[in-house]
Write a protein that binds this ligand. Structure first.
Ligand code: FES
Ligand SMILES: [Fe+2]
Length: 371
């Protein structure tokens, strides 16, 4: 465990509407977030419309194979330009008064242009978003190009290497589950960043819980990683250190993504904030592309079991939502094994205050322990 220790957190962090407004601007819009799979928009003109935290964007595949993205907001009078994802578009037309936009979001057609003040139309564009791809995923920064730095720096070299080893770009989306839940988005990210709840909520056998206490946790920049050993492999894991084969690896990519990787398959848990107390929670299941039916059956079996477990996490949020506004809910008390939550909220706090969320990792003593 990184030496972060226990902490407490004011309950208003999850329920203050003014704070949520600030988070939209300072945290969510200034961060790289996952939008869709790269193979959802493979050909030029294929486009994906995404909506979350009051924003809507369009990401389009260009002729050169790269991506462009812009805010899906007509600059005439503020209507959404594109209502749904589609294929092969050369330009996008707002249906209200037929203003036309190119794939980069530039206004390229205005009916009765001479009726407007030319100064208002000169060089007019729907604001650009930053967009890039990694791991077979499309990522975007809503505040625009350059605001969050390069995507690979955001992911960081440690997680890019470790999570990258699962080759998500070689996987296909098998199923995507969605729930609209009445809790703040941070409740859902918290839930997938600790193992402490596994014994009670998921009814884990005592041996598994004991091995789970040997999980390792690390923070890298804004992000974090937790390695939970499979049941009964501790000795083997200690000698081989092959955590990719012998553990479930959990990667928290600040702010809204948690990957759960296993040698057979990977899930993305993705929070899409919709309001201070409303979140779309998504679980994406990826499996390797292969003709091996034995593999597919085993991976499907694991996924069926995992779905039941995720359902338990989601159902717990009903009880969280029920008392979120209670006068008796004053704070969270995090233990030291919930330290990744402590770190996550410190990064949030720093970005809310205008910082970049970096430099908050505690110093670690990495000298090997004796005995
Ligand atoms: S609002 Fe889009 S064309 Fe008028
Ligand atoms: Fe869980």
């Amino acid at each position: 465990m990184p030496p972060i220790g226990p902490s407490t957190l004011d309950a208003d962090v999850y329920r203050d509407p003014r704070r949520y407004e600030l988070e939209r601007i300072q945290v969510l819009n200034r961060s790289w977030q996952i939008i869709c799979r790269s193979d959802q928009i493979p050909e030029p003109g294929d486009h994906h419309v995404w909506q979350g935290h009051g924003e809507s964007i369009v990401i389009t595949r260009r002729d050169d194979g790269g991506l462009s993205g812009f805010h899906n907001v007509c600059q005439h009078r503020g209507a959404r330009i594109v209502s749904r994802s589609g294929t092969g578009a050369r330009r996008f037309t707002c249906r209200w008064h037929n203003w036309a936009y190119d794939r980069e979001g530039k206004v390229v057609g205005v009916p009765d242009r001479h009726d407007f003040d030319p100064g208002s139309l000169a060089g007019l564009c729907a604001p650009a978003v930053d967009v890039d791809e990694w791991g077979g995923w499309v990522w975007a920064v809503l505040a625009g190009p350059g605001v969050a730095g390069p995507l690979l720096d955001w992911i960081g070299p440690e997680i890019a290497a470790d999570l990258g080893a699962y080759r998500m770009e070689d996987m296909r989306l098998v199923e995507k589950l969605e729930w609209e839940v009445d809790v703040n988005w941070k409740v859902t990210i918290d839930a997938f960043s600790e193992y402490y709840h596994a014994q009670a909520l998921h009814n884990l056998p005592p041996k598994d819980v004991k091995d789970g206490r040997e999980s390792t946790m690390d923070v890298f920049g804004r992000n974090a990683m937790m390695v939970v050993p499979f049941m009964g492999v501790l000795e083997e894991l200690r000698s081989s250190l092959d955590h990719t084969a012998l553990a479930i690896c959990n990667y928290s990519l600040f702010p809204t993504a948690v990957f759960n990787s296993h040698r057979l398959h990977t899930q993305l848990f993705r929070a899409v904030p919709l309001g201070v107390d409303k979140t779309r929670f998504e679980a994406w299941e990826l499996q390797y592309v292969t003709e091996d039916t034995g593999y597919r059956e085993t991976a499907d079996l694991f996924w069926t079991i995992f779905k039941g477990v995720i359902e338990q996490d989601v159902m717990e949020w009903v009880d969280v939502a029920a008392v979120a506004r209670s006068s008796a809910y004053r704070q969270n008390i995090f233990n030291e094994r919930e330290c990744l939550l402590t770190h996550f909220h410190r990064v949030c706090e720093d970005m809310l205050a205008g910082g970049d969320g970096l430099g908050l990792e505690p110093e670690r003593d990495l000298t090997p322990h004796k005995g």
